[in-house]
Design a protein around this ligand. Structure first.
Ligand SMILES: Cc1cc2nc3c(=O)[nH]c(=O)nc-3n(C[C@H](O)[C@H](O)[C@H](O)COP(=O)(O)OP(=O)(O)OC[C@H]3O[C@@H](n4cnc5c(N)ncnc54)[C@H](O)[C@@H]3O)c2cc1C
Length: 409
């Protein structure tokens, strides 16, 4: 019997240390920051960088990267437990340097970059000296279908000359470089092979930040970028011509799952708050926890969180064991994103007006949870792919079993 959900004592110790670090360092740091708009920027940055220094000192820096780059070298299953602890505070993943989009970009560079590119871009990112962004989505065409990308790169001598338009580029205003996806091939063998990845130094002439896109959660660092005659040295190509789609897919597998790990933390926080409130609030002769209508919300949330954890652990196991993980990550991403929204929504319901206020983190969590259903793959696109793979499995094997996690049940 190899199915074992217990953690080794060493791993359990890491989990406890992350939890303790979040409670001792990050949550008090966040409390000092309070509402970010009210804090002097220099003071805000000082608090953030102190958290990072403490994470390094505590040996909790960069959990997802190998020791060669200063990381803890954890696998994806191990990472699931670290991310799920770290994301109990909003700045937790940032303090450990495993936040999006840097974390996904690190995986991408580790896998695709040349040794020179790794030294120039990956190492400073891992050291916490720089930040990065990933530039793929365009306002004019559906981000769900990267074969439609219009930003064009044309090779002229030793440079690629790029023209195009991107938006929702998270972190662009703070980044020292971008991983940019642009169209380079006119007649690719398959439509997916039209795009290529490049590393762009920021600032660069021809890379212009037009504005921060205001979202339902305010202006939280997603930029619109106009690209005009941007010249990228040929050596800054990432992973070869026509490899942009593969690079994106490689990046998105672990990055999507890392989102799920952080969403589990958020969902658990919402459920903890739901139960806590239901035990303390009294109405119509009993506390809310004794009412069946409330118990159903608690039970539904508990079951969904349990499913979310199992799906994430299993998808992480498949990545770690070099098994095909595409469907499992898709299913996990779709399920966890939706469960997160439902659990926070129920928690708000149980809190009543308090849940709707900004006196608790629930309102902010709810706004953030909404984008989970379409960013990094819209619900419907994941459903389309899951259905295609399920039909293909049945057509091939006479059974849908392979498409439901390929589990021994
Ligand atoms: C907070 C946030 C951060 C982001 N950060 C980044 C970033 O750093 N870098 C970056 O490049 N992008 C980023 N994005 C963009 C994100 O990746 C895109 O929003 C996503 O890929 C969807 O593309 P789109 O917005 O163009 O929607 P579209 O592709 O236009 O899709 C709109 C809707 O159409 C429907 N749809 C699409 N295809 C199908 C289908 N086949 N069947 C049925 N329905 C379908 C879905 O309901 C979908 O939600 C970010 C977005 C947000 C909100």
């Amino acid at each position: 019997m190899a199915i074992d959900f217990t953690l080794s004592p060493e791993l359990e110790q890491i989990r406890v240390r992350v939890r303790e670090f979040i409670d001792r360092v990050v949550k008090p740091g966040e409390a000092k920051i309070g509402h970010r708009e009210d804090v002097e920027r220099s003071h805000y940055l000082k608090i953030l960088f102190e958290m990072r220094d403490e994470a390094k000192a505590a040996g909790l820096w960069l959990p997802h990267m190998p020791a060669e780059f200063g990381g803890m070298g954890l696998g994806h299953v191990e990472l699931a437990m670290v991310q799920a602890e770290a994301a109990k505070a909003s700045y937790g993943p940032w303090a450990l340097n495993c936040q999006a989009p840097d974390e996904g970009n690190m995986h991408t560079l580790l896998h695709w970059a040349t040794p020179e590119q790794k030294e120039k871009y990956l190492r400073p990112l891992c050291d916490g000296r720089t930040m990065s962004c990933f530039a793929m989505t365009e306002p004019e065409v559906a981000g769900s279908d990267p074969t439609l990308i219009q930003t064009r790169a044309v090779l002229e001598g030793d440079y690629w000359v790029v023209n195009g338009h991107k938006w929702f580029i998270s972190n662009a205003r703070r980044a020292s470089f971008a991983i940019l996806i642009a169209r380079t091939e006119d007649n690719p063998e398959v439509p997916q092979a039209a795009n290529t990845g490049f590393i762009v130094d920021i600032p660069s002439e021809g890379w212009r930040r037009v504005r921060e896109v205001e979202t339902m959660h305010g202006g939280t660092g997603h930029s619109e970028i106009q690209i005009e005659n941007l010249r990228i040295p040929a050596k800054n190509i990432l992973g070869g011509r026509g490899q942009g789609h593969r690079l994106g897919q490689y990046r998105l597998g672990p990055a999507r799952l890392a989102h799920c790990m952080r969403w589990i933390a958020q969902a658990e926080t919402a459920l903890d708050m739901m139960v806590d409130r239901s035990l303390k609030r009294f109405a119509h002769g009993s506390v809310l926890a004794e009412k069946q209508g409330i118990q159903w919300m608690i039970a539904d949330s508990a079951m969904e969180l349990y499913q979310a954890k199992l799906m994430v652990l299993h998808a992480a196991y498949r990545i770690d064991n070099k098994l095909d993980f595409t469907s499992e990550v898709s299913m996990a991403k779709h399920f966890v994103a939706n469960a997160l929204g439902r659990i926070i929504d129920r928690s708000i319901q149980v809190h009543g007006a308090l849940g709707y206020s900004t006196d608790t983190p629930l309102a902010s969590m709810y706004q953030h949870a909404r984008w989970a259903r379409f960013a990094d793959g819209a619900d419907e696109v994941h459903q389309m792919r899951i259905a295609q793979r399920t039909i293909a499995a049945y057509s091939r094997d006479g059974s849908t079993r392979r498409a439901t996690g390929d589990l021994p049940v």
